[in-house]
Design a binder for this molecule. Sequence first.
Ligand code: ADP
Ligand code: MG
Length: 247
Amino acid sequence: MIQTWQSDQSHSTAVPVISAQQLNHYFGSGELRKQALFDINLDIYAGEIIIMTGPSGSGKTTLLTLMGGLRSAQEGSLKLLGQELHNASKQQLTHLRRNIGYIFQAHNLLTFLTAKQNVRMSLELHEEMFDRDVDGTSVAMLEAVGLQQRIDYYADSLSGGQKQRVAIARALVSQPKIVLADEPTAALDKKSGRDAVEIMQKLAKEQSCTILLVTHDNRILDIADRIVYMEDGRLAANPETTIMAPN
Ligand code: ADP
Ligand code: MG
């Protein structure tokens, strides 16, 4: 059994599930090289829900994709589930990604598959699921996000909010240790957006899964255990601590 830490336990003894130390990131090369992330230090612990906010272009997606092993760490240290991503091999990254669920603004469902088939696909990538009830597990997950009436509907025929709930079911069905969500409510109306994050929050607490959620949506900030703020590629625990240039 893998030990999980309760979020109310002292963090000083717990090992973070995500740990960035002096992380820098650059795009382009030569004259065009531009630094997108500066000295990022962030520890995230098991079961925490962290919301990252900040202006467009400040580096939120860049940091999220680094933390998801979707791009390679260039400079500094980034540990995911205890493993260093800086200089990690493709194979190590692929292996680590199996512990992560991703939810994006554009839900990225396969529109020619049904809701259940979309959720199933995510499970079929997991070898340990081969002798399990993949179908039953997928249906149960769709029920958990309130889509019991839409299980065999094609993704194409679902509303925006329903598609995003399928995306949540797909991200969480394999019980990942970490869920990364990039502006998951951006395309949703107020009610659907709120519903979607509340479902994420409930499922994550049940599975003691860690969530890192990027958003501009002030209406959902209250679901966070902690809010971090990104500006010009730098991170601050709250907006007041970013040093503003004097006028
Ligand atoms: P956010 O998600 O906060 O809006 P991003 O992480 O997408 O910000 O972008 C941060 C900065 O890095 C921006 O200046 C953006 O133009 C730049 N950037 C992002 N992705 C790339 C890329 N693939 N190539 C070059 N520059 C990029
Ligand atoms: Mg972004």
